[in-house]
Design a protein around this ligand. Structure first.
Ligand SMILES: Nc1ncnc2c1ncn2[C@@H]1O[C@H](COP(=O)(O)OP(=O)(O)O)[C@@H](O)[C@H]1O
Ligand SMILES: [Mg+2]
Length: 289
């Protein structure tokens, strides 16, 4: 696939344009036997440059589908995706993508896995080596560059995947439940690492998670999707918590509990709907209060 997205001609105006704009997005899947399934309907979502937006919603509501539309991995049935004001066609090459399952190559070391990301950019081997070592150090893996993925913990593999994404310096970051498979403590450590890296140059970031606490702790805004089919956005909350944040500590703040209660009021209805429809076998985490 080829991208037709190019930097806007007028750089002054670019600051005003959303990094990602989804407008009137419908996505319908064509199933076997001629059946169709409309996953999302009339989704409008704009993410400003520098903004950290989380998308929460019940399992199966269409979060990954929506992120895939922003990544250019699928073309919506209706609506428009624009990236810094330019219509997206094909793969979104201004974005980096991090999936739940890490996509490291098992036969390559951490260093080689990170260097691979620079291959399409025509960087010399020596320079790629330097940059990859630098990124691995930034994610706390200076001493692990020669390890193969099977010699790394789940959290360490995520660190490699983060370095692999960030080394290309994408203007937009798209993350799909990236810390999902990790244990609770490692998730918090990874959340703090992500905030630390993000705060240095504040890329627009769309973070999909089913964990409401994680969403609040990390984000500037939390968007709630309804249960599918034809899922939409039912609520959009600003997170009025100061930065820098420690994502373990911030959960103890009164303001955190207040915003959690508000968002959970919206989300809970959708989780229950999804559950009733047999979609949501796992309830949303962080929902006990
Ligand atoms: N390629 C596909 N073909 C058919 N149905 C799909 C496809 N991808 C996703 N779906 C359906 O669309 C809905 C939304 O999926 P998804 O975006 O993966 O949900 P989430 O990420 O919120 O858990 C689900 O019901 C899923 O089964
Ligand atoms: Mg998903």
């Amino acid at each position: 696939m080829e991208s037709k997205v190019s930097p806007p001609a007028n750089a002054g105006a670019a600051a005003e344009l959303p990094a990602v704009s989804l407008a009137g997005i419908d996505i319908t899947f064509h199933l076997q036997g001629g059946q169709r399934y409309q996953a999302v309907k009339k989704i409008d979502l704009a993410v400003a440059p520098g903004e950290f937006v989380s998308v929460v919603g019940p399992t199966g509501c269409g979060k990954s589908t929506l992120l895939n539309a922003a990544a250019g991995l699928l073309t919506p049935s209706a609506g428009k995706v624009t990236i810094f004001g330019q219509p997206l066609s094909g793969l979104n090459r201004r974005a980096g993508y991090l999936f739940q399952q890490d996509a490291l190559m098992p036969w390559k070391t951490a260093l080689a896995n990170v260097k691979v990301a620079l291959e399409p950019m025509g960087v010399s081997d020596a320079q790629a080596d330097r940059q990859a070592r630098d990124w691995l150090a930034r994610v706390g893996l200076r001493a692990f560059v020669e390890r193969y993925p099977h010699m790394l913990s789940g959290g360490q593999r995520k660190r490699v995947a983060l370095a692999q994404m960030l080394i290309r310096d994408p203007e937009i970051l798209l993350m799909d439940e990236p810390f999902g498979p990790l244990d609770a403590q490692t998730r918090q450590i990874m959340g703090n690492l992500l905030l630390d890296l993000w705060s240095k140059d504040r890329k627009a970031l769309i973070f999909v998670t089913h964990d409401l606490e994680e969403a609040i702790a990390l984000s500037d805004r939390v968007v709630v999707m309804s249960a599918g089919p034809a899922a939409g956005i039912v609520a959009d909350y600003k997170v009025p918590l100061p930065r820098p944040r420690d994502i373990a500590e911030i959960r103890l703040e009164k303001a955190f509990h207040e915003i959690h209660r508000d968002i959970w009021t919206s989300l809970r209805v959708e989780v229950q709907k999804a559950y009733a429809m047999g979609e949501g076998k796992e309830l949303v985490e962080g929902a006990a209060s």
